[in-house]
Ligand binder design. Structure first.
Ligand code: DGJ
Length: 683
């Protein structure tokens, strides 16, 4: 007899069943409340010529025996075949246990929908209860089944350094679409985020993500029967994983999200989930100043204090000294590993410098990259064996540096001790944790047999973050990897904010943030106002545009504000004050993404939790020359979540909710007015 369970989220439900044969767990339905009440939209019980039943079934988690041709989630060398054993269920969680009676493998499929969210978390616990070691050639976290009877449309995000989070779509009639990273970090190239909808229905969208800060793979395959199955999990870049008798392995959490409101609705589901992950740390992020683009490696007390004085004057709250503050760090060829403030740069002592910054009324932040080491450093001279390397092979340098093997206990202790020591010794409230090279060497000196380096690195990284948070709860941690190469759900649960890209050029940044906000909540979006023209994107935009753009998440300033005129500083002070008025709503509000960087309409609306206030940040995406000279009607921004009969006002202007929703909020762009913040209050 079939056994069946339904997990309920805020708006959605997820129903699974074990068929009478007990060989797998399968999806019955996943969608809005009530969707399971009817014939399964993904089930299939027809003929399967030249295939097996498991290949065509909406299997939740399959070994290669159950799904030999259509892609298995778990591949055990010498094969494995699971049978249902037992289940434990509650409204918001489920654990279904399977076992292989031949080799002793036990697999517990875990499910949980955190309260108030529409995200189903899935993870698998494997235990080797047999007498012999088991070798796992693939160890996926989950298969998510999506009904796409009329063809699948896949949305994904690609990128490269300085061009992260580019939202793109592909129509998939048949076959496989795959993204991933083999770099030991989620990477710049793709984001561990994917969305699928039926080509004839853009409203119902299913999304997947992965909580894994290492190498990963997401693969969507649409079969001839109209089912799209998304496999998500770690990329086993170090080769198979051996599971010794008695050993237990918990695979990373895969997350599935559903929205009946298109990609924008799906973004809101992810935002609510990440706010849940942040928990009590979802407090207003400070307005920060970061010195990187102003001074690069030429950090010293005088230059930083000159910046800090201006920063304090315009309303900045936290002053972050970026790369270049420690010994041997005149440029990127040395210093990493030796985390002592450079006495030549801080002649009166580092603590005196920090005290001077704090005396301006600012909190203090510091940049670190503790997993990396330059060959030109004391650390490398003392511990050359601490870096990843393959015996007898030359080492690869990226940005003139090597990567420490964080999986080794002594290295993890060093990294934790370094950061913890800095936080204990100096009055630090903010940490920017950077990582500027992928892992190239798949080896550990002297290791015999395969070592899961990726798994050990991520496990220790997470442990260190968790320990630092526990011991220094007031310190805000920004996760950065040469821009946005370390953004995944695992980091969203452990870091407070992400640095999404080194590209702060206004129009490039608009596209980066547009993609980022599809996958990540505003409290995770660190953004700086930098000088024009930008490093990468010289297209002119006003200071107002750059401020409004950086206000879409966590506002920061990265310009050389020593050179700003009194007028520019006064304007900056006005924007910062304005941001402080709206940031609670930016942090906690419901986000509606309106249009996008490639469209005339381009805005983000944040609706306050009590739905009384709508904050709209809007940007002019078109040409500036000639704007306002020729006849043109205003851009109209359709707002969401308003009451049609209610009245909403900006102070000078009033509109009905119906007008704002259907006709849209009018904005007239000119060359001198290319961005705006509009706050509407319900009467
Ligand atoms: C890469 C980061 O993304 C930048 O913001 C900056 O911190 C540099 N590293 C410093 O080396």
């Amino acid at each position: 007899m079939t056994k069946r369970w339904t997990l309920r989220g805020a708006q959605t439900e997820y129903t699974v069943a074990v068929p009478a044969h007990g060989r797998w767990l399968e999806l019955v339905a996943w969608g809005p409340h009530g969707v399971s009440d009817g014939p399964s939209p993904v089930g299939y019980d027809g003929p399967v010529p030249f295939l097996t039943k498991g290949d065509a079934a909406p299997v939740e988690y399959a070994t290669e025996t159950e799904r030999p041709f259509a892609g298995a989630d778990l591949v055990v060398e010498a094969r494995s075949s699971l049978r249902f054993v037992s289940a434990a269920a509650a409204d918001d969680r489920l654990a279904v246990t399977f076992a292989d009676p031949v080799n002793g493998l036990r697999a517990v499929l875990q499910y949980r929908i955190p309260a108030g969210t529409d995200v189903v978390e899935r993870w698998v616990e494997l235990v080797n209860e047999g007498p012999d070691p088991l070798r796992l050639a693939r160890a996926g976290s989950a298969g998510f089944c999506v009904p796409t009877p009329h063809g699948a449309r896949i949305s994904y995000q690609w990128g490269q350094w300085a061009q992260e989070f580019q939202l793109a779509h592909v129509d998939l009639a048949h076959g496989t679409f795959a993204v991933g990273s083999a770099q030991g970090v989620p990477g710049h190239l793709y984001v561990p985020w994917l969305a699928v909808n039926d080509q004839e229905d853009p409203a119902g969208v299913w999304g997947v993500g992965l909580a894994w800060t290492g190498s990963w793979k997401i693969q969507a395959e649409r079969d001839t029967g109209g089912l799209t199955r998304v496999r998500v999990g770690r990329g086993l870049v170090d080769g198979p994983i051996d599971l010794a008798p008695g050993e237990r392995l918990t695979l990373p959490t895969a997350a599935g999200a559903y929205s009946a409101d298109g990609l924008g609705g799906l973004a809101r589901v992810w935002h609510a989930y990440q706010r849940h992950l942040a928990g009590e740390r979802l407090t207003p992020r400070p307005v920060l100043y970061n010195s990187w683009e102003a001074t690069y490696f030429a950090v010293d007390a005088d230059s930083q204090l000159a910046l800090a004085r201006v920063a304090a004057g315009i309303g900045v709250e936290t002053f972050v000294v970026d790369d270049g503050w420690f010994t041997g760090r005149g440029d990127d060829t040395g210093g990493l590993g030796d985390w002592t403030p450079d006495p030549a740069k801080f002649p009166a002592g580092f603590d005196a410098f920090v005290a001077d910054v704090r005396a301006l009324g600012l909190r203090f932040g510091l940049w670190v990259e503790p997993e990396c080491v330059n060959p030109r450093s004391r650390l490398y001279a003392e511990h050359p064996d601490w870096v990843y390397s393959v015996d007898g092979q030359p080492l690869t340098q990226v940005r003139n540096q090597y990567l420490l093997d964080l999986g080794r206990p002594e290295v993890a202790e060093f990294v934790h001790g370094t950061v913890d020591g800095l936080l204990r010794k100096h009055a630090i409230d903010y940490l920017k944790w950077d990582f500027n090279r992928p892992r190239t060497e798949p080896g550990r000196p002297g290791a015999t047999g395969p070592v899961d380096l990726d798994g050990a690195h991520v496990a220790n990284l997470w442990r260190i973050y968790e320990r630092l948070r526990r011991d220094h709860p007031h310190v805000i941690i920004e996760a950065c990897a040469g821009g946005g190469a370390r953004t995944d759900l695992g980091m969203a649960a452990r870091a407070d904010v992400f640095w999404p890209s080194d590209n702060t050029g206004p129009l490039d940044r608009l596209a980066i943030q547009h993609g980022f906000l599809h996958a990540n909540a505003p409290h995770l979006l660190s953004s700086w106002v930098t000088d024009a023209p930008g490093l990468f994107d010289p297209r002119p935009r006003s200071l107002a545009f750059r401020f409004v753009l950086a206000m879409a998440g966590v506002l920061g300033i990265g310009a050389d504000i020593r050179r700003w005129s009194a007028q520019e500083r006064a304007e900056a002070a006005r924007w910062i004050a304005r941001y402080k008025e709206i940031r609670e709503i930016v942090m906690h509000g419901t986000v509606h993404l309106i249009g996008g960087p490639g469209q005339a309409r381009c805005a983000v609306q944040y609706l306050s939790p009590d739905e009384r206030t709508a904050v709209v940040l809007a940007w002019h995406t078109g040409r500036l020359d000639g704007a306002g000279l020729l006849p043109s009607r205003p851009v109209r921004l359709p707002l969401r979540g308003l009451r049609p009969q209610a009245r909403y006002g900006t102070g000078d202007q009033h509109y009905s909710g119906s007008h704002l929703t259907t006709a849209g909020l009018p904005v007239q762009w000119t060359a001198a007015h290319d961005a705006d913040v509009i706050v509407l209050h319900r009467d």
